[in-house]
Ligand binder design. Structure first.
Ligand code: G3P
Ligand code: CA
Length: 240
């Protein structure tokens, strides 16, 4: 049965990667939440998609150049209604503390492609272990070296490889990296690819599926999960 992951929380209806977006994911009955992690100048793990704060907050500059304290003064929901305008950028730890009191799955995307943050993998793993969330967490990244490193450091936590373009028979590649899942751009996914992945015991979780048509297609292909900005809509379509 295809699981539904709320992408950046319920990012279609709430400010992405904020606590209110994650609460909404739980409210609508999503199976899991997806979020992105970057690191501040003083080593805090923060939940934000971009390397800069420009698109999602009322500030400007690189996340890596802010202290955590300074980042807290930014408004991460300023584009939304007044109700959400003062949302802050959460710490990964805040989300993990909250998730541990729920039954949600959690996909943590390590944003270490453009900027290589020092010891990002070690820090994220330590926190996940602290909250004993290993069985409910999936690590993913477009940086496949980083996924190999996570696998080496924490063999019990599932890793998955993100990619944009088609990979030709990636089964050996997946095995060498110790990954359990492929997270492809959804337009590259075909029914036969999903079938073959499953024969190789590889899970397929495409991103980011927001239209009704694409949701129906992915459910028909029996992908293992979808990432969507609209988890409530996905739940309804899955039920229909
Ligand atoms: O994890 C799936 C998806 O989040 C990857 O793309 O750019 O939305 O982080 P992006
Ligand atoms: Ca992401």
């Amino acid at each position: 049965m295809t699981k539904i992951f709320a992408h950046r929380g319920a990012a279609g209806t709430h400010p992405e990667n904020t606590m209110v977006a994650f609460y909404e994911a739980e409210r609508v009955g999503a199976d899991g939440v997806e979020l992105d992690v970057q690191m501040t100048k003083d080593g805090a793990l923060v939940v934000i998609h971009d390397e800069t704060v420009d698109r999602t907050t009322d500030g400007t500059g690189w996340v890596k150049d802010f202290t955590y304290r300074d980042l807290q003064s930014l408004h991460a929901g300023y584009k939304f209604t007044e109700q959400y305008s003062t949302c802050r950028i959460p710490l990964l730890e805040e989300v993990l503390a909250w998730i541990s009191g729920t039954s949600l799955l959690l996909n943590i995307e390590l944003k270490n492609g453009l900027i290589v943050y020092d010891r990002l993998e070690e820090k994220v793993i330590d926190l996940v272990k602290h909250y004993r969330l290993e069985p409910r967490v999936i690590f993913s990244s477009f940086n496949h070296n980083s996924m190999a490193r996570c696998r080496q450091l924490a063999p019990t936590i599932e890793t998955a490889l993100l990619y944009m373009e088609s990979l030709y028979q990636p089964w050996q590649y997946v095995r060498v990296l110790g990954a359990k899942g492929l997270h492809p751009y959804y337009r590259t996914v075909t029914e036969s690819f999903v079938r073959e992945a499953h024969l190789h015991h590889v899970r397929v979780r495409p991103f980011t599926i927001n239209s009704e048509e694409a949701m129906n297609t992915m459910f028909r292909y029996e992908v293992d999960a979808i990432f969507t900005d609209y988890p409530e809509k996905a739940k309804q379509i899955k039920k229909a």
